[in-house]
Design a protein around this ligand. Structure first.
Ligand code: GLU
Length: 491
């Protein structure tokens, strides 16, 4: 039976700790959990795991929500939407953890840790000296001490119910196992009244009806401990799916902050589309088994299959992200692109973006943030704003730098453009009108001066597109300027 065919409605969760900004690793986990839920008409929960108050960074919860919202990953229950099980913020669920902790105490399966930090350090040092792993359960206090009442001032530890080899199944990694040394009497409640991650997530997953846990490989080594806790609580563990790591370009290491695993919202600020980000992340460690590479969220929701998640890591790099960005920009309507560009352009630039410039913008940009650069300095569309003061010599085609012939061509183009009616003054209309003359007189001979005359640039879009963008009046004006320049004797 595949996990997706199990009869229970699928419930997945993304459970970040609010310890800083969201990076692509976290978002990929959220996306896969979300897609698994949506594919199966299940529920997706955003749970905030804020039980480690020392590591908490202010603003992280909002950042997590903003990042997921940007990508269209919508939670059914989350920090702003409590569920039938109560709050989705762990610090607001303390009484629930306490209730479970007390049940374990009552069953003799949890006990207050009587040791001081110094005593524990000494046990650790002893194990190090003997070159064996430190196991707390080798130092269990006497039965008497174990039965001491728990007043919350001491950490509470699980008394591992069965110490034996652990075996479990992972949808991605297959059958896994670990020796007895992977189990220990770990802390479930801290002396500050908060549960540990190890304890709280298990209680919450149970209370929230989570059927599938998708998370990174850093949790595999602790799974035997989690299994002891499920056993102590008399719970069936959910289905585990360990996602493969996201690798650096050279595939040798996991992508770390120093390799550019940056704040996900920085990509937004740079003008990457959420569609592109989703697309690249969906394909890191998963593929549908077809040739298709470009996916929309709607498509992903219908084709995602957790059984096809791979074991080996996948590479993330910005070049690939740029490729996806261009693909999604190309699919976008002009109207939609215009809306997306809004926040990247100032008002002067906005006035230059219309149905005439949009196709070119679409073709040239990698990110939305590239669009304003097209209008500035040497940008491909900088000619639209104003005609630069280029030297007359620039009008002469290098292979035939004859001033008189160049003047003749420009004058002829001027007159031909002048006779095109305004409604036919499109790139195609202009090309159709002048093409016979171009063919008869040589492409370079005519098109070079034509293009330099309308754009004033060595490099620019072709003269038909450029004239169309400028409009008839401005194009004629610029052709006249070119003629004047050629008629002015050089000093
Ligand atoms: N709070 C954990 C973290 O942010 C989540 C792990 C999990 O998904 O169970 O690393």
């Amino acid at each position: 039976m595949t996990p997706e065919s199990s009869s229970k409605p699928i419930v997945t969760r993304f459970a970040p700790s609010p310890t800083g900004f969201m990076h692509i690793g976290g978002v990929r986990t959220a996306l896969f959990a979300y897609l698994l839920a949506r594919k199966n008409k299940g529920t997706f929960i955003l749970r905030i795991e804020d039980t480690d108050k020392e590591r908490e960074v202010a603003g992280s919860v909002k950042h997590i929500q903003d990042s997921l919202s940007w990508l269209g990953i919508e939670w059914d229950f989350g920090p702003d939407k409590p569920g039938p099980f109560g709050s989705c913020i762990q610090s607001e669920r303390l009484s629930i953890y306490k209730k479970y902790a007390l049940e374990l105490v009552a069953k003799g399966l949890a006990y207050p840790d009587p040791y001081t930090a110094e005593e524990l350090a000494a046990f650790r040092a002893e194990a190090d000296m003997a070159k064996r792993p430190f196991l707390y359960r080798n130092h269990r206090p006497s039965d008497e001490l174990m039965k001491a009442p728990w007043d919350g001032t001491k950490p509470l530890r699980l008394k591992t119910p069965t110490i034996a080899r652990s075996h479990w199944h992972d949808v991605v990694r297959g059958d896994l196992q670990a020796g007895e040394e992977a189990q220990d009497d770990f802390i479930i409640m801290k002396s500050d009244g908060y549960p540990t991650y190890n304890f709280a997530h298990i209680i919450d997953d149970h209370e929230m009806g989570v059927t599938h846990i998708l998370r990174g490989e850093e949790f595999i080594s602790s799974t035997p401990k989690y299994l002891s806790l499920y056993e102590a609580l008399g719970l069936m563990p959910p289905i585990f799916a360990t996602l493969p790591p996201i690798l650096r370009d050279d595939k040798t290491k996991k992508l770390g902050k120093r390799d550019g695993a940056k704040d996900i919202l920085e990509y937004k600020a740079e003008g990457y589309l959420p569609e592109a980000m989703l697309n690249i992340l969906a394909l890191i460690g998963w593929n549908p088994g077809t040739e298709q590479e470009v996916f929309t969220m709607t498509e992903l929701k219908s084709v995602f299959d957790v059984a096809k998640v791979q074991k080996s890591g996948g590479v993330f790099n910005e070049e690939k992200l740029g490729w996806f960005n261009r693909e999604h920009i190309a699919k976008m309507s002009d109207q939609e692109l215009l809306i997306r560009l809004e926040s990247f352009l100032d008002s002067a630039q906005k006035s230059l973006v219309d149905e005439r410039t949009l196709p070119l913008i679409k073709e040239k940009i990698v990110t939305l943030g590239d669009a304003p650069k097209l209008f500035d300095g040497e940008g491909e569309l900088s000619f639209v704003k104003a005609l630069s003061d280029y030297p007359a010599s620039q009008l002469l085609w290098k292979k035939n730098p004859d001033k008189e012939i160049t003047k003749k061509h420009i004058a002829e183009i001027h007159s031909q453009l002048n006779s095109i009616s305004t409604d036919l003054f499109t790139a195609e209309g202009i090309k159709n009108a002048v093409w016979p003359y171009v063919e008869a007189n040589g492409k370079g001979d005519v098109l070079w001066p034509f293009r330099v005359a309308v754009t004033g640039k060595e490099k620019s879009p072709d003269p038909f597109v450029s004239s169309y963008i400028l409009g008839k009046d401005e194009s004629l004006k610029r052709l006249s300027v070119a003629l004047e320049k050629l008629n002015t004797p050089s000093q």
